[in-house]
Design a protein around this ligand. Structure first.
Ligand code: SF4
Length: 352
């Protein structure tokens, strides 16, 4: 008998001899009884898959939506941001590794008690009530990869939508079509990390694969755009993914999918297993910014460094500044949201 503190997953299917296959992300883990998937939080008890982090938030903050980063989605709004332990990626540069890289804890199936910290008791109702209490209309599933706790995210999102809130994923883009289907009608925006542009980088540095991420960006930037508003982030790492060839490859790919996708090129700092790197030079980010523009992207932003000029939003037709940002703060916002007040160009995004 498994404790009611553990939530049976919705995204899995039985194989043989008690083995199950998780269908949430592109690792497609086949999981034996008593074992967990690569993310360490979806565990097989007696031939059924359970999410052991259901209702357990390891980090909760109210951030500006710009910090996700989303620059074309309700600028200046606060967003209640939630993360749990565990992740399907093993990024050596992870900036949230203290929670995302926690795994291999044991959760007693009878009591639901973990052998060590797994998160604070935060059932979905409590998360939504907290957002209401603080007057926040947006909910972000972030800090670690939300697809590994998708049943928890889903249940929060359902309650949020019932109360007029909007839901945002900050994701590595490794979801399966089962995951998209499961979240249908619940997601309003997503920021996808495109961490590099070679399979080698993905395999060696992140423990995942590039191809599914590219396919998801094509899906989100094409078929469903802009129903789910999409922005893409590349953390530029000195000496790893900062060659002109790689940055140009990313920019060209995004422009071919949809030139309206905002691309954020952000600075990395030494962290987790990459303590040897130097912080990304500002000049590298400026180079990436220019490459993005040259390749036809209409909106490129520099992040994690102080650069008000390259973190502001301009009309792609006449160049008029529409939103001025200072760090994550919006300091000026144009009145005719959605349309350039100078030339009438329609500016893609969610403004109201
Ligand atoms: S979500 Fe976790 S268990 Fe499921 S396929 Fe991905 S890594 Fe494996």
């Amino acid at each position: 008998m498994v404790s009611s503190a553990l939530r049976e997953c919705d995204l899995y299917r039985p194989l043989r001899n008690g083995v199950v296959q998780c269908t949430a992300c592109h690792h497609w883990c086949a999981i034996k009884p008593g074992e967990s998937g690569k993310c360490g939080v979806r565990r097989n008890y007696d031939g059924k898959l359970y999410l052991v982090t259901y209702g357990k938030a390891a980090a909760i903050h109210i951030d500006p939506v710009e910090k996700k980063p989303l620059y074309h989605f309700l600028p200046g709004e606060g967003i209640l941001s939630i993360g749990t332990v565990g992740c399907n990626f093993r990024c050596q540069f992870c900036q949230n590794w203290e929670i995302s890289q926690l795994r291999d804890f044991y959760v007693d199936p009878k009591t639901g008690e973990p052998d060590r910290f797994i998160g604070y008791d935060s059932p979905p109702e409590r998360i939504v009530e907290a957002a209401e209490y603080y007057g926040v209309r947006l909910l972000a599933y972030t800090y670690n990869e939300p697809v590994v706790w998708i049943e928890y995210a889903h249940d929060i999102a359902v309650l949020g939508v019932e109360r007029g809130m909007r839901n945002v994923f900050v994701s590595s883009g490794f979801e399966t079509h089962h995951a998209w289907k499961y979240m249908e009608g619940l997601l309003h925006a997503i920021n996808v990390d495109l961490k590099g542009f070679t399979e080698k980088f993905y395999r060696e540095i992140t423990g995942a694969r590039l191809k599914p991420v590219l396919e998801n960006i094509e899906y989100l930037g094409g078929e469903v755009w802009p129903k789910i508003w999409l922005e893409v982030t590349t953390l530029v790492i000195d000496g790893y993914n900062d060659s002109e060839e790689e940055l140009r490859g990313i920019a060209r790919f995004l422009a071919s999918v949809n030139p309206n996708i905002p691309w954020h090129v952000t600075a990395a700092h030494p962290d987790y297993k990459m303590l040897h790197i130097r912080p990304t030079p500002h000049s590298t980010l400026i180079k990436a910014y220019e490459i993005g523009k040259e390749e036809g992207l209409k909106f490129v932003y520099v992040g994690n460094v102080y650069d008000p000029e390259r973190s502001s939003t301009y009309c792609p037709k006449c160049g008029t500044m529409l939103i001025r940002r200072d760090g994550y703060r919006v300091t000026e916002m144009w009145e005719e949201r959605g349309v350039c007040h100078n030339c009438g160009e329609k500016i893609p995004g969610v403004w109201k």
